[in-house]
Write a protein that binds this ligand. Structure first.
Ligand code: GDP
Ligand code: MG
Length: 160
């Protein structure tokens, strides 16, 4: 029993979720937003955006040495994306579970990638991999004033 882990599970976090150009082109925007909305997380930022090259490179800078990096940048800038910021207790790790494994063929059925995609290079959605990266990525993709603080009417029906 590790009290500090229990404490971190109760932390309100923010994560950056992005529907990639294939998700937009394939008409999956509503479906993907629904998964997070129905789960009970709070949408605090949402916009459609044609990502410039420099932002794609900054977002994926940790992967710049990978063989697929150039293709990844072309993919992410190939059409508009849908940028989202979501807030909730444990939202970072939970979103990664909702999204599923990087390779959609390995992703469990019931996950977004497991249900809606067939290849790593077209895996329809991005989710931050840590609370720190959640903050970093929301800061990269959203301008001051684009993220909203609000209290959903359903809040007392989601958490006791
Ligand atoms: P994620 O956190 O599950 O999105 O996966 P990563 O952070 O490891 O990689 C970021 C993104 O790069 C993935 O979602 C894919 O779009 C892409 N990617 C990762 N590995 C590969 C690969 O081996 N080939 C290609 N074409 N794309 C990849
Ligand atoms: Mg990642």
């Amino acid at each position: 029993f590790l009290p500090h882990l229990v404490a971190s599970m109760n932390q309100v976090e923010e994560t950056y979720i992005m529907i990639k150009p294939d998700g937009v082109q394939r008409g999956l925007v509503g479906e993907i937003i629904s998964r997070f909305e129905k789960k009970g997380f709070k949408l605090i930022g949402l916009k459609m955006y044609q990502c410039p090259q420099e932002l794609a490179e900054e977002h994926y800078k940790d992967l710049s040495s990978k063989s697929f990096y150039q293709k990844l940048i072309e993919y992410i800038t190939s059409g508009p994306v849908v940028c989202m910021a979501w807030e909730g207790v444990g939202v970072v790790a939970s979103s990664r579970k909702l999204i599923g494994a990087t390779d959609p063929l390995q992703a469990e059925p019931g996950t977004i990638r497991g249900d809606l995609a067939v290849q790593t290079g077209r895996n329809v959605v991005h989710g931050s991999d840590s609370p720190d990266n959640g903050k970093r990525e929301i800061g990269l993709w959203f301008k001051e004033g684009e993220v909203c603080q609000w209290t959903p009417a359903q809040a007392p029906w989601l958490r006791e």
